[in-house]
Design a protein around this ligand. Sequence first.
Ligand SMILES: [Mg+2]
Length: 432
Amino acid sequence: MAYSLPLHFFRRPCPPLSLSSRSPPSSSRPPVANQLHSFVEVWKMAATKHFPQMVSHVILDLDGTLLNTDGVMNEVLKVFLVKYGKRWDNKISQKIIGRTPLEVATAVVKDFSLSLTTEELMSAISPMFSDQWCNIKALPGANRLIKHLRSNGVTMALASNSSKSCIEAKISFHQGWKESFSVIIGGDEVTTGKPSPEIFLEAAKRMNVDISNCLVIEDSLPGVAAGKAAGMAVVAVPSLPKQAGLYSSADVVINSLLDLHPEKWGLPPFEDWIEGTLPIEPWYIGGPVIKGFGRGSKVLGIPTANLPAENFSTILSEHTSGVYFGWAGLSTRGIYKMVMSIGWNPYFDNTEKTIEPWLLHDFGEDFYGEELRLAIVGYIRPEANFPSLESLIARIHEDGRIAKKALDLPIYAGSKDSPYLKNSMLRSNCHS
Ligand SMILES: [Mg+2]
């Protein structure tokens, strides 16, 4: 996802602010100190603009922010469309991400030329959708954030346009969530839902806190608008792919909850990053290596072993774009260190979400068709755009170095022995 300049700015390490107070007046300052002073001043100005509020309370949206509601909606629509002799299309699945139920129904009726109205479609799929609430997964970073804020005593509210009973039903499948929120407020408890600020103002009132002390975390445009209209600080985590530019009214736009830096809002920092990497709950994916765009080795000099993304639409929708790493098993060759990107590759502006693993080993030949299994164990950074091909290549190599070093750490090294990777090798040996 292409980030705006201010976000890149904030990813740079910040020199200690005390530097400026120790510095002599600018006229007598040597050039380097002048530069440092300027940097600090720019930082202070930017901080004033983008982080005007140090907060004490957090208000979270539910669908699309904490829960991957769209993933379940996809499955429901897939089943429903079979009745009408229609086949689900992955392109539609990307089109409905982050949309309201009404917008989804309207798009589906139109795109599939269904012989029923939007309202009829909505009432037909609503019960099917409710039956699947138990299958709605937490979005990456949601459990980590809730646990972190709760264990540090930060008061949280949950504010969603869904009815309170729907909210409580959905979160009942996620251990520890309900008791983590001091306030849970549904769209049926206010006169007007988002983008009206009412729901956030009511949440602040129930938490007995001033609005200036509240940080809203939202995935949708109406939610961001509501947070800003309430006079609160807002972090946007857009559900809409490749649409970060639409969220310019938010104070900060992040790629996923994994990229939230609570300390920038005066909240306790996460302390789980290790040597530039974030351990994640391991997940697994595999399939035959296919030919990708051909640019990995030709344009970048970095050969990737691509997997057929169309086979993995569900698992891809569960994982936010970004750079990850882990172990890669090739059935006839062995297990190798690996770094991979998931997403749209902003530099090349792909139209579909892809998985592009780079095995950190020189094979000297292609191995299309060979079975590749991946154990993904850690996260490095969000997807980003780059001003030049050279800077993109340099960053990919840096990602590779970070992954290579991190995979020797005990926390990641053990996953090399994952049965998922080993079984592929055993099966191959049995067949040979
Ligand atoms: Mg939402």
